[in-house]
Write a protein that binds this ligand. Structure first.
Ligand SMILES: [Zn+2]
Length: 208
């Protein structure tokens, strides 16, 4: 699976089985030169929910990605050369603040932390049942109470990796990180996302 970028957007010639849409809501704004990629989960269960959340909230990201239950959709919310609002003011990467000013954000449709009810049903933070696969473990960093996480699909992980590779190819980004690696108060993408493996695939030399 490979993606290509032209004119600061993903090209619409996405791999077979994928749907791509570029929104035009935020084509203007502060210009950036992407230096890193940041991975997030949307605390969402559907692609439309994810896209709407990114439109309604002040938060925004460059790409919204869904790969689950036969749905394969990518929406470009913001051009790659325009600043989005996904990292937050307190984010720091290698001592540098203002991460929104030098990063591309990918939001993956995934509900994130889950609670296990007495009825044996996993529910997301909005108390909605989650029927997908679950990873049960602590976050790995102190401060988060959750013990269960919605798994990412292999396809979603592969797509996120391929997107970061395309972004690296076009912009020469030097790192991909999870939001939880650049902000202490953020849990996403969490332990269910194989951040180390994805980083090693995008930057094979650093992994050697
Ligand atoms: Zn995030």
């Amino acid at each position: 699976m490979t993606f290509a970028i032209g004119q600061d957007h993903l090209l619409s010639s996405v791999p077979d089985g994928w749907e791509f849409e570029a929104r035009r809501d935020k084509v203007a704004g502060v210009r950036i030169k992407p230096l890193i990629g940041v991975v997030h989960y949307g605390v969402t269960q559907t692609h439309d929910e994810l896209v709407n959340a990114l439109l309604v909230l002040r938060a925004s990201a460059h790409l919204a990605l869904t790969a689950r239950d036969g749905v394969r959709r990518i929406t470009q919310m913001v051009p790659f050369n325009i600043q989005a609002g996904h990292a937050g003011e307190t984010a720091t990467w290698r001592g540098k603040k203002g991460v929104n000013g030098f990063s591309v954000g990918i939001e993956i449709n995934n509900p994130g932390p889950l609670s296990l009810g007495d009825d044996g049903v996993f529910r997301d933070v909005h108390k909605r049942p989650w029927k997908g696969e679950v990873l049960s473990c602590a976050h790995g960093r102190p401060g988060f109470p959750w013990k269960h996480w919605a798994r990412f699909t292999d396809e979603g992980i592969a797509a996120a990796t391929a997107l970061m590779l395309a972004i690296k190819e076009r912009y020469g980004i030097v790192d991909v990180v999870g939001h939880d690696e650049i902000r202490k108060d953020k849990s996403d993408p969490g332990p269910a996302f194989p951040m180390e493996r994805v980083r090693a695939l995008v930057f094979p030399r650093e992994a050697a």
